[in-house]
Design a protein around this ligand. Structure first.
Ligand code: NAI
Ligand code: MG
Length: 333
């Protein structure tokens, strides 16, 4: 397997090397292709990502991605939005399961996945900035809606045979289009469905997360709901994601570059490590993926945690402990 490694900016440069320590513990036959992409590169060279970078990435099977700072500069185009489009990574899969021993703000067990459309919607990139008004075109296509609904149904087939379709069809015509297509796909696949308006969903997710299993929605709604979900699952430092297309995949923690803590060595690497777990699962390496989950639980149970979880350990303390635990589980010690 050939993996493009993109640490990016801020804590991406800390959590990705930490996650690689865990990946290396397996001793798998993996070629790593390091790439310098992001805001730091833009400051130095005037370009955050080049066409050659994209070509190099396309020669790899998948990408392990940290985070990239997006400055509020109208000339700066989001690298991740471009990568998701160029690689056609249309499904953003974000699982939320509270980890053992992590104290949660809400009671009860839950285990749900947000399946977010990743290439269109409000992030179409079609924008106009005028003196007294600004416009963003929200694009919802039949193809985009069908394939994301299909992804959700496939996931539901492995889980509880049901999906929740989240939209704002009472106000937005583009969302009633999305809704109708998603319902059609669910019916065709024998998957039961419920619908929620996105504002009601934001409210209910905090109060009753245990009610949900597979949630499918459009790009911006999925972006917002998944940060909310991270808060109830124990924090941004714990939540991984997979951006999946038919040919490529990109795995990344859902958090950003966290400039407030960058450079201090205290970022929680677990979200990045669990992103490696999702990558291994995607590559069919289920045994290795499972041992990462066990190792993370093991290290959390020992209280080896970063300050966001109330501990005083560093990023590398946590990743080294997880790598050691992984080695134990796979019998390398
Ligand atoms: P953020 O996710 O970087 O940080 C939000 C808060 O969570 C901060 O207080 C941060 O310290 C904390 N946090 C995040 N990850 C953590 C971790 N692993 N361990 C401990 N604490 C953690 O979001 P924010 O501050 O809105 O964005 C910062 C920059 O990152 C912006 O330039 C934004 O555009 C970019 N960003 C990039 C993303 C990506 O590349 N995928 C995703 C989200 C934001
Ligand atoms: Mg986000």
């Amino acid at each position: 397997m050939k993996i493009a490694i993109v640490p990016g900016d801020g804590i991406g440069r800390e959590v990705i090397p930490a996650a690689l320590t865990v990946l290396d513990a397996f001793g798998l036959d993996i070629e790593k292709v390091p790439l310098d992409i992001g805001y730091g590169k833009w400051e130095r060279t005037g370009s955050a990502i080049t066409d050659e970078d994209i070509e190099t990435i396309k020669e790899c099977d998948c990408v392990l991605f940290g985070a990239i700072t997006t400055p509020p500069d109208p000339d700066y185009k989001s690298v991740l939005v471009r990568l998701r489009k160029e690689l056609d990574l249309y499904a953003n899969i974000r699982p939320f399961v509270p980890l053992k021993t992590v104290k949660l703000p809400c009671a009860g067990k839950f285990d749900f996945v947000i399946v977010r459309e990743n290439t269109e919607g409000m992030y179409s990139g079609i924008e106009e900035l005028h003196e007294d008004a600004a416009y963003t075109t929200r694009v919802i296509t039949r193809k985009g809606s069908e394939r994301i609904a299909m992804r959700a149904c496939l996931l539901a087939k492995e889980r509880k045979q049901s999906i929740t379709i989240v939209h704002k069809a009472n106000v937005l015509k583009s969302d009633s289009f999305f809704r109708d297509i998603a319902i059609g796909v669910a019916k065709k696949n024998g998957i039961s469905y419920t619908e929620m308006l996105v504002d009601a969903m934001a409210y209910d997710l905090v109060l009753r997360p245990q009610k949900y299993d597979v949630i499918v929605t459009t790009n911006l709604f999925g972006d917002i709901l998944s940060d909310e979900a991270a808060a109830i699952a124990g924090g941004l430092g714990l939540c991984p994601s997979a951006n999946i297309g038919d040919r490529y995949a990109l795995f990344e923690p859902i958090h950003g570059s966290a400039p407030d803590i960058a450079g201090k060595g205290i970022a929680n690497p677990i979200a990045a490590i669990l992103s490696v777990r999702m990558m291994l699962e995607w590559a069919g390496k289920n045994k290795e993926a499972e041992s990462i989950s066990r190792a993370v639980d093991d290290v959390l149970a020992q209280g080896i945690v970063t300050p966001d979880l109330g501990g005083s350990y560093s990023t590398s303390d946590v990743s080294n402990a997880i790598a050691e635990s992984v080695s134990k589980f796979i019998g390398k010690q």
